[in-house]
Write a protein that binds this ligand. Structure first.
Ligand code: PGA
Length: 258
């Protein structure tokens, strides 16, 4: 049975009060849910508080960013070994908001990927096409381009154990989720694309979908064999809707024998 990976990306939201309310509701509600990996990605400044709040629960911690460097004169940055030190397990890289607002290139993202792997953290590599690429039918080309930089620098084997979040940019925060059949097609493409370049053919990549995921569309998404979980933005800020997403993802995946 597949255990879906559900990550809640708080983005630039939350405060100490939100953390205690959210985590206590999550702990009560998902204590009884098995067969699901639940991860939360708070803003950097709250990683320590969230780590304490999730102590002794099944919830895991994800950071929203990492610097390219391990230490030194890089004011304002946070390194991979600091994230590891504080207990993060996953780190989101390549999110379209960072590509857009912080001018992160595929090359910078590939270097972040490298640093995380080296430190033993799990990259959650976000890739996806723009609205124009979507309209022009260039989705797979856009995804391949974003994967290629890492493939050429580190090889396909580096993807083993990694999470890829396929997030069409036009679907993020818009309420327009991509159709599950289309997402399946892209996920299958991504999996095959990496596998073809993997000489050992034994890498396993978890592929999540992200972009306006809600409790209404989660069942359709999780019915697809190559959708291993979801990266949730807006809907994870409401504990009830995040819990519904988790429950329904587990229900759908446990009913499928892919
Ligand atoms: P959204 O965000 O669920 O609000 O669309 C998803 C994301 O940016 O990861």
């Amino acid at each position: 049975m597949i255990h879906p990976l559900v990550i809640g990306n708080w983005k630039l939201n939350g405060n100490l009060h939100f953390i205690s309310t959210m985590v206590s509701i999550l702990r009560q509600s998902i204590g009884s849910i098995q067969n699901c990996k639940v991860v939360i990605a708070p803003p950097m400044i709250y990683l320590g508080q969230v780590k304490q709040a999730i102590y002794n629960s099944a919830i895991e911690l994800c950071a929203q960013n990492v610097d390219l460097h391990i230490s030194g004169a890089f004011t304002g940055e946070v390194s991979s070994n600091m994230l590891k030190d504080i207990g993060a397990k996953y780190v989101i890289i390549g999110h379209s908001e960072r590509r857009l607002w912080h001018a992160e290139t595929d090359y910078v993202i590939a270097r972040k990927f490298y640093i995380l792997k080296k430190e033993g953290l799990i990259p959650v590599l976000c890739i996806g096409e723009t609205e124009l690429e979507h309209q022009e039918g260039r989705t797979k080309e856009a995804c391949a381009r974003q994967i290629d930089v890492i493939l050429s620098l580190q090889g396909a084997e580096a993807f083993n154990g990694v999470v890829i979040a396929y997030e069409p940019i036009w679907a993020i925060g818009t309420g327009k989720s991509a159709h599950p059949d289309k997402v399946q097609e892209v996920h299958e493409f991504i999996r095959t694309y990496i596998a073809q370049k993997d000489a050992k053919k034994d890498s396993f990549v978890t592929i999540q979908y992200g972009g306006s995921v809600t409790s209404k569309n989660i069942m359709g998404l999780c019915a697809q064999p190559d959708i291993d979980g979801v990266l949730v933005g807006s809907a994870c800020l409401n504990p009830e809707s995040f819990i519904d997403i988790i429950r329904l993802a587990v229900k759908q995946k446990s009913s499928k024998m892919f």
